[in-house]
Design a protein around this ligand. Structure first.
Ligand SMILES: Nc1ncnc2c1ncn2[C@@H]1O[C@H](COP(=O)(O)OP(=O)(O)OP(=O)(O)O)[C@@H](O)[C@H]1O
Ligand SMILES: [Mg+2]
Length: 162
């Protein structure tokens, strides 16, 4: 990742942490992506309009994001899961949807961090190393996402706090 891109993401991070508004709605999800990547990609903040080899059918993105956010609202209200698990589940479903053409991993990690902070927990460490290079940490991250695909969230929970 180049320095420019990193600065842009840092800007998104700083912006996000100053916000006091609701984060669990489509407008915020898109705004955050734009704040993180707006200087890098013209289309930042816009959902995909074509399919990729990863993610759901592009035309279902908007409805599936809405369903996800509604579910998270419900889970918070009913304390369905502990805060860490709630946020990790949000992360997994967001990257599964893969709403944007690029930047989904970084965006969904920040969304999970913002949610978990608002639930009174420290943000995640996500393996404590760059996930950009194809290193052992990234392999562990991807393996944990695959476990979550099979409804086993324990590896991703452990990874996020490692
Ligand atoms: N098999 C896979 N290979 C790569 N990424 C995957 C896979 N399965 C899920 N993902 C998720 O998709 C993300 C990559 O998507 P995308 O390139 O849109 O995001 P990014 O933020 O640019 O990625 P990166 O994590 O490389 O910084 C990963 O971070 C991960 O969350
Ligand atoms: Mg990418």
């Amino acid at each position: 990742m180049n320095e420019w891109e990193q600065q842009n993401i840092q800007h998104g991070d700083d912006w996000a942490r100053k916000q006091r508004k609701e984060i669990l709605n489509e407008a915020f999800v898109r705004q955050l992506h734009k704040q993180m990547f707006g200087e890098t990609w013209r289309w930042a903040g816009e959902f995909r309009k074509s399919d990729k080899n990863i993610g759901i059918d592009w035309f279902k993105i908007s409805i599936e994001v809405k369903k996800l956010l509604d579910d998270v609202h419900y889970q918070i209200e009913h304390a369905s899961y502990a805060p860490d698990e709630l946020a990790v589940r949000l992360h997994h479903r967001l990257v599964f949807i893969h709403a944007f053409p690029n930047g989904n991993g970084r965006h969904a990690r920040l969304m999970a961090d913002l949610l978990v902070e608002r639930l009174g927990r420290p943000r995640f460490s996500w393996g404590s190393r760059s996930l950009v290079d194809d290193n052992e940490t990234r392999q562990r991250y991807l393996a944990a996402l695959q476990a979550a695909d099979a409804r086993d969230y324990a590896p991703l929970l452990a990874f996020a706090r490692s």
